[in-house]
Design a protein around this ligand. Structure first.
Ligand SMILES: *Cc1c(COP(=O)(O)O)cnc(C)c1O
Length: 357
């Protein structure tokens, strides 16, 4: 098989060894001579997967015992609704920081549920930076932030300091850097960017922030119902959960999040250095807010794009086109992407510059 350098923004690259284990489990899972896909989620073998997955999240995010971890269906987008539904009191107020498309979608849902204030936004400058230095009202039920903006290529290097419960959409940078999960009231992440296949969303929530809305709750949208059911109130998305478990084990076996973070820093530094050096390309975001996961860049002369695309294709670089809202290029450098792939991209950019000279 030709080696393809996979820069896809999501679903994104997964470790080769994880894919091999996952493929095997589809045929013969846990020496049962049955597929993972055709056994009961109440079987001992799958219950072990679920409890291990939940524990691995706790380990990797250093979560204390107030936290419960869930793997739910519906994507990160369902969390845009579940968060306000479970946390926003009928006479309360939610605060949001608007840093991109995903944050905007989260705000839209919260406004349907209750009183929602956008307390900071970078919308006026096309989400090219992370707002800083804003006041956080003390009476918020929670403050919602997006740690990494997958489409615009910005990332929070630090998180707001507040006594208000902090809710964070970490879909595209979960487990990419050391985070003290205890600083948050709730963390959620769709699996398909940096954790596993599409179809499951990880939610880590403090029990102490729940049960305060006074709202009559629909069961499937109630975190407390899912907690009581140990994340198996209904049939969970078994395959994405299993593969997420394998990826988390892979992280643990490869030096843990701190080591992965070091590699991610090296990958991002290498690519940004080339973007800044190369006379044909430029970055699209404020330098201090550059994402280490989704590196966005454009060509000074967009007419050259087809020629660069051709070169990229010949070098087996895949998934580099920017999001349709932004254009240009986006190289996603998720955990499983080897630095060799970044080196190939940098070589292609250098080669292209020479060709144009
Ligand atoms: C991809 C993404 C989402 C949406 O995830 P779905 O699983 O498709 O609902 C939400 N937030 C962020 C930051 C994302 O990158």
């Amino acid at each position: 098989m030709t080696k393809v350098h996979n820069f896809s923004a999501g679903p994104g690259i997964l470790p080769q060894e994880v894919l091999k284990q996952a493929a095997e489990a589809c045929i013969n899972f846990d020496h049962l001579n049955l597929s993972l896909l055709e056994i009961s989620h109440r079987s001992k073998s799958f219950e072990a997967v679920m409890s291990k997955s939940r524990q691995l999240v706790k380990d990797l995010l250093h979560l204390d015992d107030d936290f419960e971890v869930l793997f739910l269906g519906g994507g990160a987008s369902l969390q845009f609704a579940m968060v306000p539904y479970n946390l926003l009191r009928s006479d309360g107020k939610a605060g949001y920081v608007n840093t991109g498309v995903w944050a905007s979608k989260a705000i839209k849902e919260a406004k349907i549920i209750g009183n929602t204030a956008v307390i900071a936004s970078s919308e006026d400058s096309k989400f090219s930076f992370i707002p800083k230095g804003y006041e956080i009202p003390e009476d918020l039920d929670y403050l919602h932030i997006t740690s990494n903006n997958t489409i615009y290529g910005t990332q929070m290097s630090t998180f707001p300091k507040t006594a208000v419960p902090l809710v964070c959409d970490m879909s595209s940078d979960i487990f990419s850097r050391e985070v003290n999960g205890n600083d948050f009231g709730l963390i959620y992440a769709g699996a398909q960017k940096n954790m596993g296949p599409a179809g499951s969303t990880m939610v880590a929530v403090r029990k102490s922030v729940l049960g305060k809305t006074g709202r009559k709750m629909l069961s499937m949208l109630d975190y407390q119902v899912h907690i009581k059911g140990e994340s198996m109130y209904n049939t969970p998305p078994v395959f994405p959960i299993y593969v997420s478990m394998l990826t988390m084990e892979w992280i643990k076996n490869n030096g843990g999040v701190s080591h992965i973070e070091k590699l991610n820093n090296e990958k991002a530094a290498l690519l940004y250095a080339e973007i800044d050096r190369n006379s044909l390309f430029k970055g699209t975001t404020a330098v201090e807010d550059r994402s280490k996961m989704n590196v966005t860049f454009v060509m000074h002369n967009p007419a050259l794009e087809p020629a660069f695309d051709q070169l990229a294709k010949e070098a087996n670089l895949s998934g580099l086109r920017g999001h349709r809202d932004v254009g240009g290029y986006r190289a996603s450098l998720y955990n499983a992407l080897p630095i060799e792939s970044v080196k190939v991209l940098v070589e292609v950019m250098q080669h292209f510059e020479k060709k144009q000279a």
